[in-house]
Ligand binder design. Structure first.
Ligand SMILES: CC(=O)N[C@H]1[C@@H](OP(=O)(O)OP(=O)(O)OC[C@H]2O[C@@H](n3ccc(=O)[nH]c3=O)[C@H](O)[C@@H]2O)O[C@H](CO)[C@@H](O)[C@@H]1O[C@H](C)C(=O)N[C@@H](C)C(=O)N[C@H](CCC(=O)N[C@@H](CCC[C@@H](N)C(=O)O)C(=O)O)C(=O)O
Ligand SMILES: Nc1ncnc2c1ncn2[C@@H]1O[C@H](COP(=O)(O)OP(=O)(O)OP(=O)(O)O)[C@@H](O)[C@H]1O
Ligand SMILES: C[C@@H](N)C(=O)N[C@H](C)C(=O)O
Length: 455
């Protein structure tokens, strides 16, 4: 961006403290990451961002927002005082969004948001100036931050929009006022705070609360919870999935070790994506629908999808220290995602004498259904397919009990949360170069520590 501080103050219905009126070219809430002509926005986390103002100034910040009445306000430094710095950052994002005025694509769903966001951005970049959410920055901080990073020449803004409580997507929808909403699917992510998948579906539909009147909802037509809710929406809708009554559906789906291929009902075009699994084909179908909405041909879309680069830790193949192939799926986990990945992993060819080894950590935020949901992964664990199972965390004890009758004790390993070092040691002595290993757990289980040792 390129805005005078006075314009920012006016947009926030206030004025500048101090004489200077610097040009602002970037906004950050971290004093350690100061770009050119940065406005520092102190936010409250475990600590208070206001305590890092001197660090921000030393690192080159040229101005700051400041909570009215907060102590240690810097002297002789341009400051814009506001009631709440986070709300002010959101208001500034809304102002800048209106100023740049891109077409907005908002993406949500229990699983597949980040992957679908990356696919959509790759598809749309074929014809448009696209700005997209970096990594997984998808909440009340990440969405305004993404908007404020957008170049003034941006034509289409592709936003990942997350939630783990009712009302959050309503707030984000009001902020971004999407032209296109995409809902990937309804799983059980964060069900602890909802109780039922119905309530998750209600919360996901909030993304359409401020969908423009001439906007469109693109959703997974194979999810009845979405179909029944979408029917009540006034705006136009298109569906994607694997059923012939979907607007666009896939056939001839094939999954290999490093890619998946399919065709759709829209043309004879063959698609290939550098990810495996039927669920990633579903994500690609959403991106194809978005590409069609913006007038792109299947040929253009197919070439973009074949080259797109997924965000790390989403079924990412890596090479382990002894030569084994590791499927790194450690960013997050919940039952639907874990079952989808176990299915895909079970279809990957193994070398002569090699084994499929699954390392599964707890799935968090599942509430009182957690024991049953952990045990439900048993349906995807067959010793003839997934030959060795390592389970990690208190909730995974439920899965251990569910599969101990079908797995020999020597092929089923269980570890309490404080036994990660022992699990790592056992894995390092067990894994051979012809094995393939998958790692999946919720973010909070920190399987990255296991992955780092295997690499
Ligand atoms: C407020 C903040 O910045 N939090 C980030 C901060 O957390 P922490 O509490 O540790 O901050 P500190 O106490 O260290 O510092 C406080 C502030 O001071 C700044 N500061 C610190 C030191 C210093 O030297 N200089 C400084 O300026 C500092 O920047 C703080 O502002 O640090 C963590 C580690 O880096 C960050 O992880 C944390 O970021 C929070 C989590 C955040 O929300 N970041 C967004 C940009 C974001 O989108 N993060 C996503 C995760 C989003 C997510 O979880 N989405 C859910 C769905 C939505 C749920 C929603 N209700 C929610 O809570 O998020 C999903 O399932 O996808 C990401 O990181 O991937
Ligand atoms: N459409 C899908 N259906 C089921 N599982 C999926 C789907 N897409 C991705 N997954 C699984 O979810 C994992 C996370 O994918 P991704 O990061 O794209 O989802 P996300 O919704 O952004 O996740 P989070 O809510 O944790 O940010 C993948 O590695 C895969 O295991
Ligand atoms: C990243 C956060 N929104 C999330 O999904 N939490 C999971 C459940 C975790 O921390 O593991």
């Amino acid at each position: 961006m390129k805005m005078q501080l006075a314009e920012i103050a006016k947009a926030l219905n206030t004025t500048i403290e101090g004489q200077d009126n610097p040009v602002i070219c970037s906004v950050t809430f971290d004093s350690r990451k100061i770009d050119e002509n940065a406005l520092f926005v102190p936010l409250k986390g475990e600590r208070d961002g206001h305590d890092f103002i001197n660090s921000a100034i030393e690192n080159g910040a040229v101005a700051a927002l400041w909570e009215k009445g907060h102590d240690n306000k810097p002297e002789n430094f341009p400051v814009v005082e506001v009631e709440d710095t986070l709300l002010a950052m959101q208001a500034l994002a809304k102002y800048y969004l209106n100023k740049v005025n891109p077409t907005v694509v908002g993406i949500t769903g229990s699983n597949g948001k980040t992957t679908t966001k990356d696919m959509c951005a790759a598809v749309l970049a074929k014809r448009f100036n696209v700005h997209k959410t970096q990594a997984n920055f998808n909440n009340e901080i990440g969405v305004p931050m993404t908007i404020l990073e957008m170049k003034p020449t941006t034509e289409i803004l592709v936003l990942e929009m997350g939630m783990d409580r009712a009302g959050q997507l309503h707030h984000l929808s009001e902020l971004v006022r999407p032209d296109v909403c995409v809902i990937t699917m309804i799983g059980e992510a964060h069900i602890e705070f909802f109780g039922t998948r119905d309530k998750i579906a209600d919360a996901k539909m909030e993304i359409t609360d401020f969908l423009k009147e001439d906007g469109v909802l693109i959703y997974n037509g194979d999810e009845p919870l979405l179909t029944e809710r979408a029917a009540k929406l006034a705006q136009s809708k298109t569906t994607f999935g694997f059923k012939s009554d979907d607007t666009i559906y896939a056939t001839e789906f094939r999954s290999y070790m490093h890619h998946a291929s399919f065709v759709t009902n829209s043309s004879d075009q063959k698609f290939s994506i550098p990810m495996i699994g039927k669920h990633n084909v579903s994500n690609a179908l959403a991106a194809i629908s978005v590409g069609h909405h913006f007038g792109e041909t299947d040929d253009e879309i197919a070439s973009s999808l074949s080259e797109f680069v997924p965000t790390a830790n989403r079924m990412q193949w890596r090479k382990g220290d002894v030569g084994e192939d590791i499927m790194d799926d450690i960013y997050n986990s919940n039952p639907t995602a874990a079952k989808a990945v176990l299915t895909s992993f079970g279809q990957v060819e193994v070398k002569e004498g090699g084994r499929r080894i699954a390392v599964l950590g707890d799935m968090l935020e599942l509430g009182e259904a957690s024991p049953k949901l952990h045990a439900s992964l048993a349906s995807k664990l067959d010793p003839l397919v997934i030959n060795e199972v390592y389970l990690y965390g208190p909730e995974m004890k439920n899965l251990k009990e569910a599969i101990q009758d079908k797995y020999d004790a020597k092929n089923l390993h269980y570890y309490e949360q404080d036994q990660m070092p022992r699990m790592i040691s056992d894995l390092l002595s067990d894994i051979h170069e012809n094995d393939i290993v998958m790692l999946k757990a919720s973010h909070g289980m920190h399987l990255d520590k296991v992955l780092d040792r295997l690499l």
